[in-house]
Design a protein around this ligand. Structure first.
Ligand code: ZN
Length: 313
């Protein structure tokens, strides 16, 4: 029976190989000529400060080759029907997933601002059936030939794997655990902020204070934003504050939360701001400038949170 399956795979591969050499894109034209703004943005994004990419003799970074040929959000109108047919054939064989695997570029001539970019792309190869960790399918390589003002400027090879996802191992059915009320998310406690949460456990709201310049900071950070000193101590907040800003959460609903509820940015009397729930007043009575007072809310058996109690009027 295996031979039959192998024969079938070989027959299917023959069908796919018939697409080799057929166009993937014909007479493509870049949406913009090579230009300084795109070069500048690229260099900023890449952190590339090479002087070759600025000034009157600037060239474009060679690795931008593909950037000039991209269709952008509105896409391309020059993709060939052969490429679409090839993908449809693979879809029909169950290879409905796709992943880009690698690309390879060759540079033949530098691109300069003002160059008009045109390109053609060809389906270069379709591999025999391969099994990878992702699943079984075929690698499809396209080669794009890029020209600047009609002269060859470079090639861009792009490879995808069109595959049938590997079956996930079935888990034996287990009885569902009895339904429990959803728990509030746990805070992420790390070495930079564990002192804050120790304070909460002791019902103390601790603010960091820089040992060097005395600037207060919240949330907790390893160093001072004002003077960069890593040395710090803490001061305990008095608990008095005012609502600096707030939002009322309606949607999306999260388990363990009961919308609508108010979430405020509270300015503490010490001057730093922190985010917390407002208790004691209905969500629609919370106002900017409202005085609030710190309290600790026991959420469940192992979580307490600082919240702020407002008072109307
Ligand atoms: Zn400081």
């Amino acid at each position: 029976m295996t031979a039959t399956a192998d024969e079938e795979a070989a027959r299917f591969h023959e069908l796919l190989k018939a697409f080799e050499g057929r166009p993937a894109a014909i007479a493509g034209r870049a949406k913009d000529p090579v230009n300084e703004p795109m070069i500048r943005h690229w260099c900023e994004a890449m952190g590339d400060t090479s002087p070759a990419y600025t000034g009157p003799d600037a060239i474009a970074p060679p690795t931008m080759l593909q950037a000039w040929t991209m269709g952008g959000l509105s896409g391309h109108s020059d993709r060939s029907c052969a490429y679409d047919q090839l993908l449809a054939l693979l879809d029909g064989a169950g290879c409905t997933s796709v992943v880009a695997t690698d690309c390879e570029q060759e540079y033949l001539r530098p691109l300069r601002p003002g160059d008009a970019v045109t390109f053609d792309a060809v389906i270069e190869s379709v591999s025999a059936r391969k099994t990878t960790k992702l699943g079984t399918g075929h690698f499809v390589t396209t080669r794009m030939d890029v020209r600047a003002n009609g002269e060859p400027a470079g090639t861009h090879r792009f490879r995808i794997l069109k595959y049938r996802p590997a079956a996930t191992t079935a888990q034996p059915a287990r009885p569902l655990p009895p339904k429990q009320p959803a728990r509030r998310p746990r805070p992420v406690i790390n070495r930079d902020n564990h002192g804050f949460w120790e304070g909460v456990r002791a019902h103390r709201l601790l603010i960091q204070r820089c040992s060097s310049c005395a600037t207060l900071r919240f949330p907790w950070l390893p160093g001072c934003n004002a003077c960069a000193s890593p040395e710090w101590g803490t001061v305990e907040a008095s608990g008095a504050g005012t609502v600096f800003s707030y939002v009322v959460m309606h949607h999306p609903p999260f388990p363990a939360f009961d919308p609508p509820y108010a979430v405020a940015l509270v300015e503490l009397a010490e001057g730093v701001r922190m985010i917390g729930n407002i208790t004691g007043v209905p969500y629609d009575k919370v106002r900017i400038g409202m005085p609030v007072r710190l309290e600790f809310l026991r959420v469940d058996e192992d979580l307490e949170l600082p919240v702020f109690r407002g008072s109307e009027g």
